[in-house]
Design a protein around this ligand. Sequence first.
Ligand code: GLY
Length: 409
Amino acid sequence: MSPERVIVVGAGIVGLAAAFELRRRGVRVAVIDPEPGSGATHAAAGMLAPVSEVQYGQEALLPLMVAAAGEYGPFLTDVAAATDLPTGYRREPTLVVAVDPADARTLADLTDHQVEAGLTLNRLTTREARRLEPGLSPRLSAAVEIAGDHQVDPRQLALALIDALTQNQPLGMPGGHDAGPAQFVPHEATGLLTRDGRVAGVRLDTGTQLEADAVVLANGTGAAHLEGLPDGLDLRLRPVHGDILRLAVPDHLLAPGEAHLLTRTVRGLVGGRPVYLVPREDRTLVLGATSREDGVAGVRVDGVHQLLHDARALVPAIGECEIREMTARARPGTPDDLPYLGATGLPGLFVSTGHFRHGVLLAPLAARLLAELITHEQDPARDHSLDHDHLAATDPLRHSGGPNEGQTR
Ligand code: GLY
């Protein structure tokens, strides 16, 4: 039976998308977060990069990333039907470039791996790359174009989802029921309420409690720290901090008729380090990102220094841009780089976390899968071709010492 009321803990893209898919299926949703959209969503560049973010040894993740990229268009169509707010969805191809010859070899090996995995990309000469993006440095060694890697603006998408969730206008699936606007509760969830062997709601930092038939934990690394998690549920989440900058492009850098310094996302390898520059409509660039496990929550000096150094090696003119913002946030990492997505063994308790570097990309797919699991209602307009084995790889119990432990890699 579909639950009537579900609490989603965490209002980043992952939690908001889950709340959206639940409301579309007629569920009354409460979203708990002291500051919606202020975690990793606030920092994220929003690259939807199933190809250029492929890493060696992530074979179980790849089908999820590819399916998630396919889910984005239909998901955003549903969001656009519920709100007029923009999401910053852009479908220009991504360019990946290498600076020195060693970077070019690394990029060539990675592109071979991506092609073997069935992904589509187009090797370019560096001259062709510079024709596409005249702002690129003349001192590049290799370039690849990836037509399938796009972007959203996660801050805009979060606002759009909040608007859609709080609208009075029904957003149920065709012919479906709508339970009304979601309730946003601006507090911290501190623990779970259980009754008769199942979840009954959450406790809040106000000392009060909120009841529900089911609870979704979508609060990143915080999911592992809630009081009352079932014994034996081992969510091995760790913070992988990233420093990220926002730059504004001054008028004098643009030739007449030029709207921006870059027209598409440029990713690069510089002395073996990855860096990316993502252009936004407001003529800013998102420059990211470090990956560090030092526990430093704030912006690190050497992180910023390295990002600026590496980005200038790709696009020298960024030295003349204005730094608008420096941000650091934690990505929720897991031991096998796969999310924890699904049921937990405690009836009524579900998780969607551990999306690591891919929270923005995976959010709509994770949201739909979770909403289907909770309500048993499929949206016939979405693609349901991911098979059971792919989803089993994200079992939240896989590190919990049960029969599934260690089966994903
Ligand atoms: N997905 C980009 C990052 O994690 O930096």
